[in-house]
Write a new protein. Sequence first.
Length: 124
Amino acid sequence: MKLLEEFKAFAMRGNVIDLAVAVIIGGAFGKIVSSLVDTVIMPTIGILLGGINFTGWAFVVGDSTIAYGKFIQAIVDFTIISFVIFMTLRTLSRFEKKKEAELKQDEPSEEVLLLREIRDSLRK
């Protein structure tokens, strides 16, 4: 019974729930990006390159088909998702740095703290 209680405590911690939500949202975001790449970006690239359809690119060896065009699309998907995640984290990092800078401005400088300490010592 103790094992079940420990698992329940683990599963209900905020980090695990946040991770689960992030995985679900990430999966949905991945589908959106895949749709964007499949229906907008790759056809546009194909038109710019003279009407090339990447999804049809494949090698046929015997009974096997190696569809490397789909692999190219997966690379484009990955690149877009990685770039969006990078830009999101970069923006969040800037907000955090700005918030930290604002908090530091609210705090008195070391000189002011030292002068206050001297003042308080002299009052005693």
